[in-house]
Design a protein around this ligand. Structure first.
Ligand code: KIV
Length: 285
C-alpha cells in the first residue's frame, strides 16, 4: 500500500529565508482538528495567547498561563505536520529576566514540540531575544500593538501614528538585530509597516498592518466568524461559523422537543434472530 510522502516540517530558518519572497500564510490554532485544517494551507501555525479570549472567555490575554499554552500547544502539535508551530509566551513568563524567559521558553519547546516561541515587545526585549536565540530558541517578535501591554497602552489602539512611528521602527530594528527570525506587526499604519518591511532583513507578519508585509496572520476564530464578541477593523470574516452553529443548535433543540430526533435511522433494533456462530450481530450501522 502506498503511503503519502512524509512532509518536511518548516523551520524558523525556512521562514526567515522567505524574506521578500511569496507571502507567508499564518493563522492561529488551539486544537488538533483546527490545527490540521490550518496546517494544510499555512506556513506558520501560532498557538496564540489569544486562546484565553477566544476559547476561555477571558477579558484579555493577561491571565493566560504557561499550563494553558502547554495544553493547547500539545493539542496543536498533534495536528501540525508541515507548518512551523510557534507558541506564545504568556504574560509574566519572560519579561523580568532573560534567564526566566529561557527557562519558560525551553519548557514550552520541550513540552509541546514547537519550533519557536513568540514574545511581545521591541527594544526593551532585545536583550532577552538575543539570550534565547544564542541558546537555540528561535524567537518570533511582536511589536506595534502588544495586547499583553493593554493596560499600559490604555486600550487596543493603533500604534505608531505620526512621530510615534519612529518608536515602532526602532522596536522592529532592535528585534531584528537581536536575532528574531520574524516579527509580527500589529495594528500599525500601512505606510509604517511598508517602511519597516523595506528596512529590516527578517520577514514582517502583518495583522492590521499592510498587504505589503512579508506575511499575514489572523486569529482563526475571528476569520471563521466563530468569535464574535467584538470584531476589529482588520479582521475579515471568511466564514460565519457562529451563525451556522446557532442555526444547527436551534434545529436540534426544535427536533428534540418535537420528538423528531432521533429518527429511525439513528436508533438501534434488536440483533437479527439467526446469527452465524461467532458473529456479534450488532455492527453499529
Ligand atoms: O495571540 C495571538 O493570537 C497573536 C496574534 C494575533 C498575532 O499574538
Amino acid at each position: 500500500m502506498s503511503r503519502p510522502a512524509p512532509q518536511k516540517t518548516l523551520s524558523a530558518s525556512d521562514i526567515r529565508a522567505r524574506k521578500g519572497a511569496d507571502p507567508l500564510v499564518c493563522l492561529t490554532a488551539y486544537t488538533t482538528p483546527v490545527a490540521q485544517l490550518a496546517d494544510a494551507q499555512c506556513d506558520v501555525v501560532l498557538v496564540g495567547d489569544s486562546v484565553g479570549m477566544v476559547l476561555h472567555g477571558l477579558p484579555s490575554t493577561l491571565s493566560v498561563t504557561m499550563e494553558m499554552m502547554i495544553l493547547h500547544g500539545q493539542a496543536v502539535a498533534r495536528g501540525v505536520n508541515r507548518a512551523l508551530m510557534v507558541v506564545d509566551m504568556p504574560f509574566a513568563s519572560y519579561e523580568d529576566s532573560p534567564a526566566r524567559a529561557f527557562a519558560n521558553a525551553a519548557r514550552l519547546m520541550a513540552e509541546t514540540g514547537c519550533g519557536a516561541v513568540k514574545l511581545e515587545g521591541g527594544r526593551h526585549m532585545a536583550e532577552t531575544i538575543r539570550f534565547l536565540v544564542d541558546r537555540g530558541i528561535p524567537v518570533m517578535a511582536h511589536v506595534g500593538l502588544t495586547p499583553q501591554a493593554v493596560n499600559a497602552i490604555g486600550g487596543y489602539r493603533v500604534q505608531g501614528r505620526g512621530a510615534d512611528g519612529a518608536r515602532i521602527l526602532d522596536d522592529a530594528r532592535a528585534v531584528a538585530e537581536a536575532g528574531a527570525f520574524s516579527v509580527v506587526l500589529e495594528k500599525v499604519p500601512g505606510a509604517l509597516a511598508d517602511r519597516i518591511t523595506d528596512e529590516i532583513d527578517i520577514p514582517t507578519i502583518g495583522i492590521g498592518a499592510s498587504a505589503g508585509c512579508d506575511g499575514q496572520i489572523l486569529v482563526i476564530d475571528d476569520m471563521l466568524g466563530l468569535f464574535d464578541a467584538f470584531k476589529p477593523k482588520f479582521v475579515k470574516r471568511y466564514a460565519h461559523l457562529a451563525d451556522d452553529a446557532a442555526r444547527a443548535i436551534a434545529a436540534y433543540a426544535d427536533e428534540v422537543r418535537a420528538r423528531t430526533f432521533p429518527a429511525p435511522e439513528h436508533v438501534f433494533g434488536e440483533a437479527p434472530a439467526a446469527q452465524a456462530p461467532g458473529t456479534t450481530g450488532e455492527t453499529g450501522a
